[in-house]
Design a protein. Structure first.
Length: 102
């Protein structure tokens, strides 16, 4: 891509992420090597099952609280998970929103 692009996140369409009920995705940049960059929303009470990603995962929490296996992450938290690392159960405690690069 040889041009600058802009995304108005207030005007774009969110997509329901069927594998995890209560989850919406807003693509920001696709494709990136082996993944995507997107904004993610989850309602309180959402449970993310045990999983892994084929690429590195970068997460910046914009709003809310999510409990991972090792940390309670609130707005302002950034985390990195290397590719093929098993992610244990995660629980959304307060409506949660993040920016993610997978």
């Amino acid at each position: 891509m040889n041009k600058q692009t802009f995304v108005d996140t207030e005007a774009e369409t969110w997509f329901e992420f069927q594998p995890v009920p209560g989850t919406k995705l807003l693509p920001l940049a696709e494709p990136v090597p082996k993944g995507s960059i997107h904004r993610l929303q989850m309602i309180a009470g959402t449970v993310i099952p045990v999983h892994y990603h084929p690429c590195d995962e970068y997460v910046f929490v914009l709003k809310g609280t999510i409990q991972t296996a090792v940390c309670e992450c609130k707005a302002g938290t950034f985390w990195f998970t290397p590719a093929h690392t098993l992610s244990l159960l995660q629980f959304v405690l307060v409506r949660w929103e993040s920016l993610r690069r997978l």
